[in-house]
Design a protein around this ligand. Structure first.
Ligand SMILES: Cc1cc2nc3c(=O)[nH]c(=O)nc-3n(C[C@H](O)[C@H](O)[C@H](O)COP(=O)(O)OP(=O)(O)OC[C@H]3O[C@@H](n4cnc5c(N)ncnc54)[C@H](O)[C@@H]3O)c2cc1C
Length: 634
């Protein structure tokens, strides 16, 4: 007998990193939301590395926070070590990374979902999508009932037809011993979705007391800079901060791998999925970098109340007996005891080029996809997509236009544009090198770029908005104040500059312009500025970055204006590319297949050349003129 369990605005399938952000955003924008998970113990589960952030990923977390998302707040509550990566390099690649207490991360996020009005968390497995006349109307749960909805967001991670591999052994499973979701894929196939198999892997977790840490390099945390802008400048209650350790594999451990490569699930040909290039297994590393006699291994505690240690850098799909043998050849791990073996997991993902940049399906109206199911890899990448899918699904059911972030506005824009324009055949990881405007899109200014928008759409609270206004106005006021302080080329001033290791000035110059000199800083220049008030570190950081990189940023702004010129050139979805003379056949096929939303996006489709874009622009201009003439003739 058919029965309806819930009739709601939005159903989110998955309470992982994507699902949590999606459900929270949609509920906070006023939609009624049901969030499903095959197991509520998997809410915001960190199935792999116990950390949030890092190169490129830290930028995503800051952008999620600037838009009113949850990940930044959740990791600030549960972090047990904070580090800034690339701190010695330019601000474009500065990346915050925090070690998390995994259990607390899960509990805090689950608590937030449970306490969010309009959001209903439910343990059930989605087994079939319900569609009428090309529109989503809900789904069927394994529990037997239906969930009716005006929009559905799939954020199923690594669970769809999940299969775990450890050498010759493999079996259906989700990550970390969770059950796999084996039925929903067929429903997607029946609806015409192209499914691809992907794979990822994780290392073993070993018992802390079985490790000999003597002789290892200690990795201490740095200043506890918060991820959330809402915590900047606030006294925060911090969890005890821990140390990580650095050790190395040995030639002996590499020999064990080489001798047993034939027993890895990859070598046995059991795994068909494509793995992440930037998170290679130890087997891949030994094979690809055969000349290296050791690889770095980071030992990262999984939490404060567990002895489990995550062995970063040694993920594997070798059999467990071989894993034990090779782990015990790693310095300090000679007597290590496994608590969880390493494994690879294969799962289903869709071809994301069948999505709009709103993450809505092009084929099923009201169906959205976010996270690993789109071919990305990483908690942060998933959360960023979840946030945008949640915002856009809520706006869809409220009859509003979707929010699209483009490549010049946010790393989130780069992530989604790469996935839906180019697609991916391997798990896609965000990196600063993927972002052409990275000097403008820094982690330190995510709020200055995005919080106004987050407030406009109703996701950023008044309190957060006030915090942002304070930072923005304080930064602008201080820059203005410094620009009005003139330093004259007197002997006295030049002596001071000499003491600061800087060249004398010949003409009067503002204090702000003087700060542009690499050897000078806001701190150093206080000798010329006795009236200054105490300012928050983050505001000073903004003032300094803006003036020191002014030239580069202005140059990039010019590039962005050129980019926007083509990005804002919309393309009708029903444009007949086969009718455009002069376009190459490959371009016709690709353009017709992906149906880009703008000329800019058309130019990023692989197989479409700049010459094709010129042909397209001429065609559009001719068409516009003809329609104009026809219009004025009538
Ligand atoms: C073994 C392993 C290794 C990894 N290695 C890396 C790595 O090296 N680097 C990296 O960046 N990332 C890695 N990850 C990836 C990282 O864990 C994911 O990118 C991230 O968790 C994806 O988030 P998500 O929200 O898309 O999915 P998940 O966090 O996997 O959450 C999926 C959610 O969907 C639910 N669900 C699934 N199907 C259904 C259904 N039919 N009905 C109801 N609920 C459903 C699940 O219960 C779960 O709540 C790894 C993951 C695993 C499992």
């Amino acid at each position: 007998m058919e029965y309806i369990i819930k009739d709601t605005d939005i159903v989110v399938v998955g309470a992982g990193h994507a699902g949590c952000e999606a459900a929270l955003a949609a509920a906070r924008l006023g939609a009624s939301v049901v969030c499903l998970s095959v197991n509520l113990n998997a809410v915001a589960a960190m199935n792999c590395n116990p950390n949030i952030g890092g190169t490129g990923k830290g930028h995503l977390v800051r952008e999620i926070d600037a838009l009113g998302g949850e990940m930044g707040l959740n990791i600030d509550k549960t972090s047990i070590q904070t580090r800034i990566l690339n701190g010695s390099k330019g601000p474009a690649v500065h990346s915050l990374r925090m070690q998390a207490d995994k259990r607390r991360y899960h509990e805090e996020m689950k608590k937030t979902l449970e306490n969010t009005p309009g959001l209903h968390l439910m343990q059930d497995e989605a087994v079939e999508l319900l569609v009428e006349e090309g529109k989503i109307v809900g789904l069927r749960g394994r529990s037997g009932g239906k969930y009716l909805a005006k929009a559905v967001i799939l954020a199923t991670g690594t669970y769809l037809r999940g299969r775990v591999f450890m050498g010759e052994v493999n079996y259906p499973s989700g990550p970390d011993g969770m059950q796999a979701a084996n039925e929903l894929t067929q429903s997607l196939v029946d609806l015409g979705f192209e499914i691809q198999r992907m794979k990822t892997g994780t290392p073993a977790r070993i018992h802390r007391d079985s490790i000999d840490f003597t002789g290892m390099e200690i990795q201490k945390g740095g200043p506890t800079v918060p991820f959330s802008f809402r915590n900047i400048g606030l006294e925060r209650e911090m969890l005890p901060q821990i140390e990580c350790h650095l050790t190395f594999t040995t030639p002996e451990s590499h020999d064990i791998i080489r001798r047993n490569m034939h027993r890895s699930a990859m070598a046995l040909g059991d795994i068909e999925g494509t793995g992440p290039r930037y998170c290679p297994s130890i087997e891949d590393k030994v094979r690809r970098f055969a000349d290296r006699d050791r690889h770095q291994v980071f030992l990262e505690p999984e939490g404060l109340t567990t002895k489990e240690i995550y062995v970063q850098g040694v993920s594997s799909s070798l059999p467990v007996d071989v894993q034990l043998e090779l782990y015990r050849k790693i310095e300090g791990l000679e007597h290590c005891e496994f608590m969880r073996p390493a494994y690879a997991i294969e799962y289903d993902a869709i071809d994301a080029t069948r999505l709009y940049r709103s993450l809505e399906s092009r084929d099923i109206e009201g169906l959205y996809m976010a996270g690993q199911i789109n071919g990305s890899s990483g908690y942060e990448e998933a959360a960023a997509q979840g946030l945008m899918a949640g915002i856009n699904a809520a706006r869809k059911v409220q009859g509003k236009e979707p929010i699209i972030l483009d490549r010049s506005e946010a790393y989130i824009g780069v992530l989604i544009d790469d996935l839906v324009t180019k697609g991916t055949r391997e798990p896609y990881r965000m990196m600063t090198s993927r972002c052409e405007y990275r000097l403008t899109l820094r982690q330190d200014n995510a709020d200055l770029r995005l919080t106004e928008l987050g407030h406009e759409i109703g996701l950023v609270s008044e309190e957060q908005y006030e915090g942002y206004r304070y930072r923005k106005e304080a930064m602008e006021a201080e820059s203005l104040r410094l620009s009005k302080i003139q330093i004259n080329p007197t002997d006295g001033n030049n002596e001071i500059l000499a003491e600061l290791g800087s060249a004398p000035i010949k003409n009067a110059i503002s204090l702000l312009d003087l700060m542009q000199r690499p050897e000078l800083s806001y701190e150093k220049l206080k000798v010329f500025d006795p009236q200054r008030q105490e300012l928050r570190e983050d505001v000073v950081e903004q003032v300094e970055i803006q003036v020191k990189y002014r030239g580069y940023i202005e140059k990039q702004q010019a590039q962005i204006r050129e980019y926007k010129r083509l990005e804002d050139r919309r393309l009708p979805e029903d444009l007949d590319y086969y009718a455009i003379e002069g376009l190459r056949n490959e371009a016709k096929e690709k353009l017709a297949d992906i149906a880009p939303e703008s000329v800019g996006q058309a130019g990023r489709i692989s197989g479409v050349s700049p010459a094709d874009i010129n042909v397209l622009l001429i065609y559009l201009e001719t068409k516009r003129r003809r329609e104009h003439e026809l219009g004025s003739a009538q």
